[in-house]
Design a protein around this ligand. Structure first.
Ligand SMILES: Nc1ncnc2c1ncn2[C@@H]1O[C@H](COP(=O)(O)OP(=O)(O)OP(=O)(O)O)[C@@H](O)[C@H]1O
Ligand SMILES: [Mg+2]
Length: 241
């Protein structure tokens, strides 16, 4: 893969006590791609997301966004700079409506209420959630909550979107729907890094995949290269057996 690197990790390390959750991880994310990050449970994927987005500080290593060193910046500053994320455990404000949830996020990027509402309405429309705009998040289904989460991230007008298991828990039709949405998001010029266990989805949507296992990057390649890589097969079989 070549092209312009938009996000780069260099030698990232994060330990929790004696456990090295992320171990010397370096990666490139190229502008315009959808890059998959896979690996068995506990491989360090979410921890890597937390290092990139400022929710955790790395023990060592650097994160560069558009060649700017953003290592250790606070999460809100990284988000406003252009790297937004969703969470593995979706956490909208349950007592607020879908619209309010997205507006709150938009308000950190735009000046006034009116503009925030306009942004939020446009994004809810884009995610086919217009008819649920006044529903409390607590009354929404899983897929709708996940979409609100995506809309909240997009309200920050990011250049890079990090998605932590946006497809887990969805039925096959909802999966296809979400994949189509992700393709549309990419068409809007957003570069995507996605963590997901649903292999059918990852293989379908990513042109490139990186694989973590016990904190380390063990493979990188196209979906077909990854699915026939002995190291990857062993990592997954090791997990089940
Ligand atoms: N805050 C923390 N304190 C202590 N250990 C942690 C913490 N966060 C993660 N870990 C540990 O670090 C390792 C990597 O966890 P992480 O959540 O990054 O994995 P993951 O690849 O996202 O897994 P999953 O696919 O299950 O979401 C695990 O062993 C986990 O228990
Ligand atoms: Mg995780």
């Amino acid at each position: 893969m070549s092209g312009e690197v938009i996000l780069r990790g260099e030698g990232l390390v994060k330990s929790f006590g004696g456990l090295i959750a992320v171990n010397e991880v370096s990666f490139n994310l190229y502008r315009g791609e959808i890059l998959g990050l896979i690996g068995p449970n506990g491989a360090g994927k979410t921890t890597l997301f937390n290092l990139i987005t400022g929710f955790l500080k790395p023990d060592r290593g650097k994160v560069y966004f558009n060649d700017k060193d953003i290592t250790g910046w606070p999460p809100h500053r990284i988000a406003l700079e252009g790297v937004a994320r969703t969470f593995q455990l979706v956490r909208p404000f349950l007592r607020m409506t879908a619209l309010q949830n997205v507006m709150i996020s938009a308000l950190s990027k735009v000046g006034g209420l009116e503009e925030a509402e306009e942004t939020a309405l446009e994004l809810l429309e884009f995610l086919s959630l217009s008819d649920k705009r006044d529903w409390r998040a607590s009354s929404l289904t899983i897929v709708e909550r996940k979409k609100v989460e995506v809309a909240r991230a997009l309200a920050l007008r990011p250049e890079v979107l990090l998605l932590d298991e946006p497809i887990a828990g969805l039925n096959p039709k909802e999966v296809d729907d979400m994949l189509e949405t992700l393709r549309e998001i990419r068409k809007r010029g957003v570069t995507i890094l996605i963590v997901e266990h649903v292999m059918r989805a990852i293989m379908n949507i990513c042109e490139r995949i990186i694989v973590m296992h016990y904190g380390r990057l063990i493979a990188e390649g196209t979906p077909s290269e990854i699915s026939s890589d002995p190291k990857v097969i062993e990592a997954y079989l090791g997990g089940v057996m």
